[in-house]
Ligand binder design. Structure first.
Ligand SMILES: [Zn+2]
Length: 255
């Protein structure tokens, strides 16, 4: 029984059974995302940063793809091992994680699969007691699950905050998108579409605000000129300290 249908459990919990049904979580291989592509003639399996990306000609190839993955499991894992960039994450009972909207609590339980449930401001992650919670595979599963919940909250919190700062500052933006960016906290396009990373919810609130104000100021100054920083300074007089503090929170440190 190598596959754990982590996202199906989560999706079921949120009454959104369609949302993630096309992905599976495997404890060793990570997140396996299936996509059908009518024009493809064969099954293709690609290694992704935290799992696999599988393309199928149609859904009828689903079980065939699972068999194929099983056949290549050893090879895929071998490939993974050589990729030393896979970091060793640490979220467990003694290392809780606090986000802007919830605290993650990890506990060992008598269950065969990882299970996530969010009640109030606590996201409880139960993992099978017989497994090593610090193993990269389990940690990765936990991270992916947390990202699922972060995304829900980020979509509520960040547009709300951006609108508030926009009203306060008079800086108007065209649209806002929340993405799982692991390279940039935020960006602002030339037509003032703002993108914010859902990982902002891992920062202290004053830094979330700083990033939002920074991007809003780009709606009038699409550069980092003196005029731009003067604009930021009008809204956040202590922006220099905030900018320095943000440097101590590299976006890549968590993901
Ligand atoms: Zn900027």
């Amino acid at each position: 029984m190598p596959f754990q249908k982590l996202y199906i459990y989560i999706a079921g919990l949120l009454n959104d059974p369609i949302a993630m049904i096309s992905s599976l979580h495997d404890p060793e291989l990570g997140l396996i995302v299936f996509k059908t592509h009518p024009r493809s003639t064969r099954i293709s399996i690609r290694l992704a940063k935290d799992g696999l990306k599988v393309t199928l000609p149609s859904e009828t190839f689903y079980s065939k793809a699972l068999t194929l993955i099983e056949e290549h499991r050893a090879k895929i894992l071998d490939h993974r091992k050589k990729d030393t960039s896979n970091k060793h994450y640490l979220i467990d009972e003694s290392h809780p994680l606090k986000t802007h909207t919830f605290t993650v609590q990890v506990i060992g339980a008598d269950r065969p699969q990882l299970f996530f449930h969010l009640v109030g401001e606590t996201l409880t992650v139960e993992y099978p007691r017989q497994r090593d919670v610090n193993s990269p595979a389990v940690q990765k599963t936990i991270h992916n699950g947390i990202i699922y919940f972060l995304r829900q909250d980020a979509k509520k919190v960040l547009p709300q905050k951006t609108s508030e700062w926009s009203l306060k500052s008079g800086l108007k933006f065209k649209s806002i998108k929340i993405q799982a960016s692991t390279t940039r906290w935020g960006s602002c396009s030339s037509v003032n579409n703002i993108n914010l990373s859902l990982f902002l919810l891992l920062l202290p609130e004053h830094l979330i605000d700083y990033v939002i104000v920074h991007e809003l100021c780009h709606t009038v100054e699409h550069n980092h000129s003196e005029r731009f920083w003067a604009k930021v300074g009008q809204i956040l007089p202590d922006y220099k300290a905030l900018r320095n503090e943000l440097k101590h929170h590299p976006i890549s440190s968590w993901v």
